[in-house]
Design a protein around this ligand. Structure first.
Ligand code: C2O
Ligand code: CU
Ligand code: CU
Length: 456
């Protein structure tokens, strides 16, 4: 599936006769009569940020900030974003975790052409699921995400949830030196291993901030890992917190426990009982403090845990009738290219096929073809000693088993596949299209660990 710019423009011209083009973000699509509308004009542009006191970092941001502006909408509504590219290079927006039509998925040469500098593109789709999602480009990803083009997309439940307080925490670690200048976003010898890590951890663009939370209340913390590389080992010593949703999808609430491993692209919704006034907690990655959560104000709450969040309307895979497909994630064994041409290293592959980010035709050779509305089990085998957060576009899947740990099945868009782990996930192939299936360690994805899965 590929198309030319001419075809695309012809398609737009054809559609535009259905309604007035121009003016605000209202385009030719009607809006549901009973839904509140959310129109955004979102600009991607260079923006200097101060990550290190007294120094400027030449970031790229959405809506004038990096990480980008938080977009919000309600479940069932349409999200309509007029995206404007003021960057010096082509880009797209992919809506991570959102089940939408292929032409809104933001993958260059698969779902759309890249949005060139000075151009705009209208993204419009209905939000079927509530939860914590995010958005980012799908072009020159190591650099574009590395420079800050990552942002939260929060979809509120159709009916108000039991949470009265919430905060979004966007985690990102920056590839900068001591003067705030960018260092390499992807280094071949790191890409061939666990990925190239940043060195300066931030929450909402600030290193080790103090966040004030209302004393005694239960607060929903939406923690989003928007990092290129890092898996955060989240912990909250002495904190009274429960997991309510993983990667946007509700679970039966359970205590946070010792540590929760949040791979790149993954999210967690925590309910935190804020301690008494004046006390503070440390949100940490392993032993490292990410943020201080300070309790402020008078405690006026009864501190009861909210009810579980309502499930999203995701089709339940029938494991009895499901067909099993196997996917091996492995080292491509071509270290020789490390000494090679500069661009286009290949270190990783899925079922013996490496994705080449410089070859626009890769998606024409899908690694698997699923029948529309068919039920499938994917067996994911990690034959390497590095972990891979495996992500699928377009459809949400259910994690059903692992040879490494006990699984309470849950729905997600990303599964953190541990080293040498074999896990099984299941889905109903209910969204026709060509969907990217890749590791969300960005430099793994850019050195081979991506494939296309077709649903016809
Ligand atoms: Cu966050 Cu291709 O995805
Ligand atoms: Cu995605
Ligand atoms: Cu990986």
């Amino acid at each position: 599936m590929s198309f030319t710019r001419r075809k695309l423009l012809a398609g737009l011209a054809g559609l535009s006769v259905l309604g007035a083009v121009g003016g605000g973000a209202r385009y030719w699509l009607g809006r549901p009569a009973n839904a509140v509308s959310h129109d955004y004009e979102l600009i991607a542009a260079p923006v200097d940020v101060e990550l290190i006191a007294g120094h400027k970092t030449p970031a790229w941001g959405y809506g004038g900030q990096a990480p980008g502006l938080e977009l919000r909408a309600r479940q069932g509504d349409w999200l309509r974003v007029r995206f404007i590219n003021h960057l010096p290079e082509p880009t797209t927006i992919h809506w991570h975790g959102i089940r939408l039509p292929l032409n809104m998925d933001g993958v260059p040469y698969v779902s759309q052409l890249p949005v060139l500098p000075g151009e705009s593109f209208d993204y419009m789709f209905q939000l079927h699921d509530a939860g914590s999602f995010w958005y980012h480009p799908h072009t020159t990803s190591a650099e574009q995400l590395g420079r800050g083009l990552v942002g939260p997309l929060i979809v509120d439940e159709r009916e108000p949830s039991g949470f009265r307080h919430e905060r979004t925490l966007s985690l990102k670690s920056w590839h900068v030196d001591k003067e705030g200048a960018f260092t390499a976003f992807s280094v071949p010898r790191e890409a061939a291993r666990g990925g190239t890590p940043g060195v300066l951890s931030t929450v909402n663009g600030e290193h080790a901030p103090t966040l004030e939370l209302p004393a005694g209340e239960v607060v929903r913390l939406r923690i989003l890992n928007l990092d290129n590389t890092l898996t955060y080992r989240l912990n909250l010593p002495d904190g009274n917190a429960r997991l309510y949703a993983l990667d946007g999808n509700p679970i039966t609430p359970r205590p946070l426990g010792e540590e929760y491993w949040l791979g790149p692209g993954m999210r967690v919704d925590l309910a935190l009982k804020v301690p008494p006034p004046g006390e503070a907690l440390s949100l940490r990655n392993g032993p490292l403090r990410l943020a201080t959560l300070a309790s402020v104000g008078a405690d006026e709450s009864d501190g009861t845990w909210p009810a579980p969040l309502p499930a999203n309307p995701i089709a339940e895979p029938d494991l009895q009738q499901a067909e099993t497909l196997r996917f091996n994630f492995e080292w491509a064994g071509v270290l020789s290219s490390e000494a090679g041409q500069g661009e286009g290293f290949t270190f990783w592959q899925i079922n013996g096929q490496a994705w080449d980010i410089n070859d626009k035709t890769c998606a024409e050779r899908p690694i698997a073809t699923l029948k529309k509305n068919g039920h499938y089990i994917f067996e994911l085998r990690n034959l390497s000693q590095y972990q891979h957060p495996i992500h699928l576009h377009g459809m949400t899947f259910k994690v059903i088993s692992s040879n490494r740990k006990k699984i309470e099945p849950w729905f997600t868009d990303t599964y953190l596949l541990g080293k040498n782990e074999t896990a099984r996930i299941a889905l109903v192939a209910d969204n026709p299209g060509v969907w990217m299936f890749h590791c969300h360690v960005i430099d793994h994805m850019e050195t081979g660990l991506m494939a296309a899965i077709e649903v016809v």
